[in-house]
Design a binder for this molecule. Structure first.
Ligand SMILES: Cc1cc2nc3c(=O)[nH]c(=O)nc-3n(C[C@H](O)[C@H](O)[C@H](O)COP(=O)(O)O)c2cc1C
Length: 194
């Protein structure tokens, strides 16, 4: 026989177990982590993707501002030269602290098949160890996969530790096709956390 103390213990246990489970999974949705989207965009194509990702991931947006002039023919030429040379740049201070986030999605346009100096600078100036990372990028015609592989290498998660990637061409930014790709990327990022 359990006796009074034993019965009381069992009674309390029946109350405690459901409460405990609810605390873990209050809404039936698993904890998906706090997400920051960090990206550079010169002519807003990458910005458009970043906004769509922010809706899907319920994320904060951090647009990198390059202090160097990247507009006009001279800005364009220097942009390509800096990207090829792997140059860094000077960024405006960040609004969000990446250390407060679990998942960081990094986006860059392709410049001569390379990442932009702004994104290179962000990666070199911030400690991304322990973060779940996903990469997205936009090119006009080709080179975006090489660009994202270069970013993965720089983060130190190249060949052997594949990161979720969302490489896009400009003509893929319209319509339901992009939503489907973003859904697949979302699942890939969540899967990479397990
Ligand atoms: C300096 C420079 C170099 C570029 N190099 C490439 C390239 O190698 N391949 C490509 O398909 N597009 C290239 N582009 C085009 C951009 O990748 C494309 O327009 C992209 O959508 C721009 O993104 P954004 O609007 O977010 O700045 C280049 C653009 C610039 C400014």
């Amino acid at each position: 026989m359990l006796g009074m103390p034993g019965l009381l213990f069992l009674f309390l246990l029946t109350l405690f177990v459901p409460v405990c489970c609810l605390a873990q999974d209050e809404t039936g949705v698993q904890d998906e982590g706090k997400v920051l989207i960090v990206y550079y965009s010169r002519t807003n194509h990458t910005h458009l993707v970043a906004q769509k990702l922010a809706e899907r991931f319920n994320a904060d947006l951090e647009r990198l501002n390059d202090k160097r002039k990247r507009s006009g023919p001279i800005g364009y030429a220097r942009a390509g030269k800096d990207a090829i040379a792997g140059n860094t740049t000077e960024l405006e201070p960040l609004v969000h602290d990446p250390q407060e986030y679990d998942i960081i999605l990094i986006g860059t346009p392709t410049w001569a098949s390379h990442m932009t100096p702004a994104v290179r600078t962000f990666i070199l100036e911030n400690d991304l160890s322990g973060k779940t990372i996903g990469l997205f990028g936009v090119c006009q015609f080709s080179g975006v996969k090489d660009t994202l592989n270069e970013v993965a290498q720089l983060i130190g998660r190249g060949k052997n530790r594949k990161l979720p990637l969302l490489p896009l061409r400009q003509n893929q930014l319209k319509g339901k096709g992009l939503d489907d790709k973003i859904d697949a990327f979302y699942l890939e990022v969540q899967e990479s956390r397990r």
